[in-house]
Design a protein around this ligand. Sequence first.
Ligand SMILES: [Zn+2]
Length: 311
Amino acid sequence: MTVGRFAPSPSGRIHLGNILCCLLAWLSARKKEGKLVLRIEDLDAARCPMRHAEQMIEDLRWLGLDWDEGPGSGGPDGPYFQSQRTALYQAALERLEARDLVYPCFCTRAELHAASAPHRRDAVYPGTCRGLTPAQRAERAVRRSPALRLRVPDKEFSFIDGHVGYYAENLERDCGDFLLRRSDGMFAYQLAVVVDDAAMGMTEVVRGADLLSSTPRQLYLYQLLGLTPPEFFHFPLLLAPDGRRLSKRDADAGLDSLQGQTSAEALLGRLAQLAGFHPSGEPSTAAGLLEEFSWEKVPRKDIRLPERLFE
Ligand SMILES: [Zn+2]
């Protein structure tokens, strides 16, 4: 059985990018008569107060995108808030530590910035703390609590994305040893998402193309932890009319602003039109889009929003 998910990070009101993600995840799973899990990715509790999560749940209900397991529905794999699942992440971390794959990193943000080549989009960790001796670690730990990193091999990890096709990265060259836990004790997204998607039985993960390059790291974690990865579908990003990446700062892309202009059906119909599978753009419920939806129709290039979303 297909199991998909919504996994929003509640750092503010839901915006167009989240809505498209949730719509595509819903359609992709429901088209296969699968179920959906709602998981709240609130690892960064300071930026994700509970009222934001509650608002996001209300927003999904307003959009008519339903789920089978998660807050408000219950289910066997809870809790469905990442902030309540840290014991699971700790257990996975300890399994990796037992294999001597984890080491403490004492680098400051400024040091990491200085060490990264300026032309790279994503900084590659140069392995500064990989070879520290126990004495050096002890000496540094007096002054600074370390982050924890996973040693990665000089090896290519590839997969076939359900939407964009073949993708590969050499973990050592393209990424470097990556964070499992930050110096303030917060578990890293990469670890939490793998532990949770496996524990919740996810068979497919639908998310934005900005996370495509995370996937090889996650595949390595799946392999180390002996877990089965889901199928991945990375969809194109929404761009503002001027070509910038759409962000939370674009106030008119937030649902609080959109709700004043339009109905849920009009919004879903318009987004589905922009995403290539609903040419008329007519208002529709999510269920009303099931027949027209297919991944082949969704573009692979970023989607630029028009100046006016609604006439
Ligand atoms: Zn370091």
